[in-house]
Ligand binder design. Sequence first.
Ligand code: NAD
Ligand code: WQD
Length: 344
Amino acid sequence: MKVLVTGGAGYIGSHTVLILLEAGHEVVVLDNLCNASREALRRVERLVGRELVFVEGDIRDRALLDQLLVEWPISAVIHFAGLKAVGESVQQPLAYYANNVAGTITLCQAMQAAGVQRLVFSSSATVYGADAPVPYQETMPRGQATSPYGASKAMVEQVLEDLCRSNDLWSVAALRYFNPIGAHPSGEIGEDPQGIPNNLMPFIAQVASGRRNTLSIFGNDYSTADGTCERDYLHVMDLAEGHVAALAHITTPGIACYNLGTGNAFSVLQMVERFSVVNGVEVPYAFAPRRAGDLPAFWADPGKAGAELGWVARRSLDDMMRDTWRWQQRNPYGYRQGYATQTP
Ligand code: NAD
Ligand code: WQD
């Protein structure tokens, strides 16, 4: 199948492109490189021994999309492109709604005009909102968003629901990711945050490598076993495989949502300790005040993805720790060479 992957140069996208190529699909990547490096895709091509088509451009560029969908006989789209920093979305809501919501609408308009109506969308566990009981199940309603980022994901799910209701040629899978971490086991591709990482695992890895001094653990007075927040971390390679499973499934009209998580939750302290034990490195940390908007604990019920997509997360927490560390050691400054400043 020829698949258009928007945002395919990014963290989850690059791993998914690799799995798609390995599964024999042909891939066209559209990415504006606002949060990614072209090098990631060069490495994917080397690892798989196959080539892909890369188009540098923006999902909000309708003329480009029209041209691309005419030029390539695309059968389905996997749509990763978007902005993802929760805190930044509070500061710049318009940028997030323009990119994530308006961008997706432009993409769907172009797809509809071209008669390409099979879509896998990157949604997020954040759509369950602040008050949902755990574990999260797809039968629960979307909740009150805790940030413009979260609202943008919920809005897009609503747009896609309405679109599928209006026209039964559309077939959509909205994948609600929990906390993806880890890297390809080669250590050649991985997560490459720009500046100070927002997310836990890249921060742990950068502290372990000496690029940063200390991990701040945001809050140790939550109502959890050890007082730190608990999350459902899943290996990015498992997540990537979930997209290929979803692609095979979008053959019937309508939209279906799937939780992609392991069903297990680990605390921040457990993550730090496990990283240290598995990799034999120290991760100095200090407790800090809670981060605004963080929920104490949430995890997936991944049963629906198991039953309908035949997908389960197979890789262990130790795999996630080892693969994160291999990527970090081989690429201390990500895809950029020679960049060397240390910040706390
Ligand atoms: P990422 O930033 O690494 O990847 C997003 C990619 O989209 C980047 O390569 C970026 O350059 C590109 N992009 C952004 N706006 C674009 C535009 N207008 N046109 C073309 N390309 C554009 O992020 P990721 O972690 O790989 O996340 C991929 C998707 O999954 C995002 O939609 C994100 O919201 C969603 N998601 C991520 C997580 C997570 O924890 N990483 C969790 C849930 C959902
Ligand atoms: C995990 C835990 C932090 C950094 C975010 C988005 C979510 C989804 C995934 C896109 C929390 C703690 C973190 C640090 C810390 N993204 N932490 N020190 O917040 O669960 O989810 O990414 O859809 O929408 O909100 O992930 O990795 O930022 O944090 O103590 O330096 O680690 O407080 O408890 P989060 P995270």
